[in-house]
Design a binder for this molecule. Structure first.
Ligand code: T3D
Length: 258
C-alpha cells in the first residue's frame, strides 16, 4: 500500500496522504514517505509549488494510536524527532510555496502539519482539533510554536487545553488558516493557487519565506538588515530582471523561478 501519493501537475507537486480507513493517521511508513516526498520537492528544480491534501473524508487524525502501544512501539522521543519534527522542518524550510487543502478533520499532528504550511485552505466541512490534551500529551508538530503566533496566547491555550473542535469557518475567522472554501470548490481553489504560485518568481517567494521564518526571532534592526541582504539576492535574480523588463515592455513576464 502506498501511503503517500504524489503526482506532478506541470510545476506543482501534489502530495496526498493515503490511509483513509484510519482517517490518514500516521504510521511510521506514512511519516517517512511524506518526508521523502518533501525532500524530493526541495531538490527538484522543476517543482515550484507543493499542494498537500488527503484521500477520503478526513485530512489527518495525527499519530496512529494503534502504533504507540505494545512491545513493537517506538519510543515517543524517536517518533517525535524522526517523524513530526522532520516533517515540520521540511515544511518550514523548503523555499517554495506550500499550499494545504484540508479536506476534512485535522486532529493532533494532522492539525499542526496543516497549520505549518504557508497557505492553508480548508473545506467548509473540515475542522481542526488539538487532540493531544485528551490523551495527556502536549501539542507537537510545532503546535506550541505555531498556535500562539497565529492566534495569540489566549486562544492557543484554550484550543490546546480544551481540545475542542474548531470549524473551518471559525479557523478562518480567528486567523488559524487563510481561507475556508465551499467543500466542492476546495481542490480547484487550492490547485489554482498552487499553479499560479508555480508560475511566479519562486526564488523571491522562497527568500520571502526565509525572511518570515527569521522574523520570528529577530528584532527590527536585524530584520531590516536581513531584508537588505535578501533584497540584493532577489535583485540579482533572473526573475527580477524579467519582471521589470516585462513591465516596461508591457508584456506578460516569463518567470523561470531562478
Ligand atoms: O507517539 C506519539 O503518540 C507521539 C505523537 C503524537 C502526535 C499526535 O498526533 S497525538 C494525537 C493523536 N490523534 C488523536 O488523538 C485523534 C484520535 N481520533 C479522533 O479523535 C477521532 O477519530 C476524530 C475526531 C479525528 C474523528 O472522529 P470520527 O467520529 O469522525 O471518526 P472515528 O469513528 O473516531 O474514526 C474512524 C476510524 O478511524 C476508526 O476506526 P474503525 O473503528 O472504523 O475501525 C478510528 O479508530 C480510526 N482512527 C481515527 N483516528 C485514529 C484512528 N486510528 C488510529 N489512530 C488514530 N489517531
Amino acid at each position: 500500500m502506498n501511503y503517500i501519493l504524489t503526482e506532478i501537475i506541470e510545476k506543482v507537486c501534489f502530495i496526498k496522504l493515503n490511509r483513509p480507513d484510519v482517517l490518514n493517521s500516521f504510521n511510521r511508513e506514512m511519516a517517512l514517505g511524506l518526508i521523502a516526498a518533501l525532500q524530493k520537492c526541495a531538490s527538484d528544480d522543476k517543482i515550484r509549488a507543493i499542494l498537500l491534501t488527503a484521500e477520503g473524508r478526513a485530512f489527518c487524525a495525527g499519530q496512529d494510536l494503534k502504533e504507540v502501544i505494545g512491545e513493537n512501539a517506538l519510543p515517543l522521543d524517536q517518533v517525535v524527532r524522526e517523524h513530526y519534527n522532520e516533517i515540520i522542518k521540511q515544511l518550514r524550510t523548503i523555499e517554495k510555496p506550500i499550499i494545504c487543502a484540508v479536506n476534512g478533520v485535522a486532529a493532533g499532528a494532522g492539525a499542526n502539519i496543516a497549520l505549518a504550511c504557508d497557505i492553508t485552505f480548508a473545506g467548509d466541512k473540515a475542522s481542526f482539533i488539538q487532540a493531544f490534551s485528551a490523551i495527556g500529551l502536549i501539542p507537537d508538530s510545532g503546535g506550541t510554536f505555531t498556535l500562539p503566533k497565529l492566534i495569540g496566547m489566549q486562544r492557543a491555550s484554550a484550543l490546546a487545553f480544551l481540545g475542542e473542535k474548531v470549524s473551518a469557518k471559525d479557523a478562518e475567522t480567528m486567523g488559524l488558516i487563510y481561507r475556508c472554501i465551499e467543500q466542492e470548490n476546495l481542490f480547484e481553489t487550492a490547485l489554482a493557487t498552487a499553479t499560479k504560485l508555480s508560475e511566479m518568481p519562486t526564488y523571491g517567494i522562497g527568500l520571502t519565506k526565509r525572511a518570515f521564518n527569521a522574523s520570528l526571532n529577530n528584532d527590527l534592526t536585524s530584520q531590516l538588515q536581513l531584508e537588505e541582504e535578501l533584497q540584493v539576492l532577489a535583485g540579482n535574480s533572473h526573475d527580477y530582471n524579467e519582471g521589470v523588463s516585462a513591465f516596461l515592455e508591457k508584456r506578460k513576464p516569463n518567470f523561470t523561478g531562478k
